[in-house]
Design a protein around this ligand. Structure first.
Ligand code: NAP
Length: 289
């Protein structure tokens, strides 16, 4: 049985993994930023030396894309230096690292799905900091999985799906942009893939893309959320061509998932089917509370 450490445990992906591990074959320990701060190498060392982990799943990251444009130092401290610290400790203690990266390492000019080995060219500080983290891992480790994913949502934390549902509950009429095309990704689906990597044998290390199948715009995603949460509110969601933000975002960041499906031995869900699962889970939790 594999022993696995999860860093960044209070984030939406960390909490989703905690929900999923009930059914997984392995022993999992979860560490929030209070317990392990990845910007402090000794904090990682102290925790990892007390245990014999086979895998480290790093969900810890500076994820505020807008704030990163002005808070550049802290974004790089967590997403680059922090990741370097994690990789160095993993190397010293012979732990395999599963690290989460982003579609924002690409500039969005390709117009067809990005392959894992396509040229990176981030256009935001967040994207640059995440790419620097990837580079550290590749320099330091031989045994790593870097999973690039996009547009994450879940029942936990702050995310686009929950924002739209809150607006629907307040009966707000909102304008959502059609400017970017990408793929919404359910943390449940990503979490299952991460657990598959951590509990399988002989999966080649390297970079994997992970998203659902298909693509849409933020407007298309918002409409689908409204339709599946409360279809009476579908007309509360209007489209707008562009929306002013500090950070530039790739206009097109769909990921090619064919290599991932090949090592996973299955076809991934469409983004609409994956969204249904999360909305149903959200509704079932609402009915309990
Ligand atoms: N969200 C997306 O749409 C998206 C898209 C593509 C890729 N990703 C990547 O997917 C991964 C998971 O993202 P997410 O959506 O789950 O993010 P999230 O909900 O913002 O969670 C990130 C977690 O990292 C923790 N953290 C921040 N600084 C830390 C530090 N110095 N040491 C330890 N932990 C620290 C945060 O702790 P606190 O709780 O204390 O703040 C938070 O719990 C990240 O690598 C992100 O870059 C996300």
């Amino acid at each position: 049985m594999k022993s696995v450490a999860v860093l960044g445990a209070s984030g939406q992906l960390g909490q989703t993994l905690n929900y999923l591990v009930k059914d997984a074959d392995g022993s999992f320990q979860f560490f929030s930023s209070d317990e392990v701060d990845i910007t402090d190498k000794s904090s990682i060392e102290n925790t990892f030396q007390k245990n014999q982990f086979d895998f480290c799943i790093n969900c810890a990251a500076y994820t505020n894309v807008e704030a990163a444009e002005s808070d550049i130092q802290n974004a790089f401290l967590v997403n680059a230096t922090g990741v370097k610290n994690v990789a160095e400790v993993c190397k010293d203690l012979k732990i395999k690292l599963i690290h989460i990266s982003t579609d924002y390492v690409f500039d969005g000019t390709k117009n067809e799905p990005y392959l894992a080995n396509d040229t990176t060219n981030p256009i935001s500080q967040y994207g640059r900091s995440k790419l620097k983290g990837e580079k550290h891992i590749k320099e330091i480790l031989a045994d790593y999985y870097i999973i690039r994913t996009s547009w994450l949502y879940s029942v936990y934390g702050k995310n686009f799906m929950k924002t739209i549902i809150n607006w629907i509950l307040e009966d707000k009429v909102v304008n959502i942009t059609t400017e970017e095309t990408g793929t919404p990704t359910s943390c449940l689906e990503l979490g299952r893939f991460i657990l598959y990597l951590a509990t399988s044998k002989n999966i080649p290390c390297g970079i994997y893309n992970f998203s659902a199948r298909g693509s849409t715009t933020w407007f298309g995603f918002a409409r689908e959320i409204a339709m599946r949460y409360d279809s009476r509110k579908i007309n509360n969601i209007n489209s707008v061509e562009s929306f002013k933000t500090k950070a530039k975002r790739p206009k097109y960041s769909v990921l090619d998932i064919s290599n991932t499906e090949a090592i996973y031995n299955k076809s991934l869900k469409t983004w609409q089917a994956a969204l249904s699962e999360t909305i149903n889970l959200f509704k079932s939790q609402e009915s309990i509370t």
